[in-house]
Design a protein around this ligand. Structure first.
Ligand SMILES: [Zn+2]
Length: 276
């Protein structure tokens, strides 16, 4: 009997994503580094804080959203950045929906990612989010491993960029056991690089990662949507055909052959892509 494995795009088994909060002007330098190395990231923004002067906190202008973050993900971080576990639930809903509405007026596409402001959430808030169109939410704290999220509404990163980033990066680059899927997820705030005078840490990491041909570089929402779609693929019992009900190309490995499954019904004798 054949073995059927979900793969990342192009048959890969390693993925890398980033999550940066608050939309401060240092995002400009951060995006430039990501773009130069072909990396992809998610930027969690607070719509209600644009143009609100705060000492030492300079934010990007909303008119930059569609250009600065092009190719990356624009995501919610609530409208005003409250500690939401202290807020009435309907106000939490408003904080998320107003943020979505404002950001979408610039992205012209659904904004469905979230990171919890101040890392704050409750079980009730997690239950509320799907009804608000939110697909995932990132918590603070780090797992220091390359596992996949078990709960999309309590998604923990591998590490903050100040937590042994290069050590984790080197370990990640050496992973070779393709019977597992791995995800490296780095989070932080761009202003921290300036505050801590350590942009060099990210430059070094981005340079190393940009050279990894076997890593899928994705935003948070791309990862979530791809994995959700991949789990919806169903093969016939004999493995000769597969229905992909999603709108995405999904990559699957059947024994040693990687197949790209197009949306709809696939005849596997027609889809063989490459030997793994
Ligand atoms: Zn924040």
């Amino acid at each position: 009997m054949s073995q059927f494995y979900i793969c990342y795009p192009e048959g890969k088994f390693k993925a890398l994503t980033f999550s940066y909060d608050d939309g401060r002007i240092e995002d400009r330098r951060l995006v430039e580094i990501f773009n130069r190395n072909g990396l992809k990231a998610t930027f969690h923004l607070n719509s209600g804080l644009f143009g609100v002067p705060r000492p030492g906190e300079e934010r990007i202008d909303p008119t930059e959203i569609s250009t600065l973050y092009q190719g990356h993900e624009v995501a919610c971080h609530t409208y005003t950045h409250p500690t939401i576990e202290r807020c009435p639930l309907d106000k939490v809903a408003l904080e998320v929906l107003e943020d979505r509405k404002f950001l979408e007026s610039y992205t012209h596409a659904p904004v469905q990612g979230l990171s919890y402001p101040n890392g704050s959430y409750t079980a009730e808030i997690k239950k509320l989010l799907p009804a608000l169109g939110i697909e995932y939410s990132r918590v603070v704290g780090s797992s220091h491993n390359f596992g996949l999220p078990k709960d999309w509404y309590q998604w923990q990163a591998t590490c903050h960029h100040n937590q042994r980033l290069m050590e984790h990066g080197v370990e990640f680059s050496k992973l070779f056991k393709s019977q597992y899927l791995y995800l490296m997820y780095v989070w932080g705030h761009s202003f921290e690089f300036t505050r801590d005078n350590n942009w060099a840490v990210l430059e070094e990491f981005a340079d190393l990662m940009g050279q990894q041909q076997d890593v899928w570089f994705c935003t948070n929402i791309e990862f979530k949507k791809y994995m959700t779609a991949a789990h919806q693929v169903i093969f016939t019992m004999d493995g000769t055909a597969a229905l992909n009900p999603s709108a995405y190309d999904i990559w699957m490995r059947v024994d040693q052959t990687v197949h790209c499954l197009k949306p709809g019904l696939n005849d596997l004798s027609q889809t063989a892509q490459k030997e793994n």
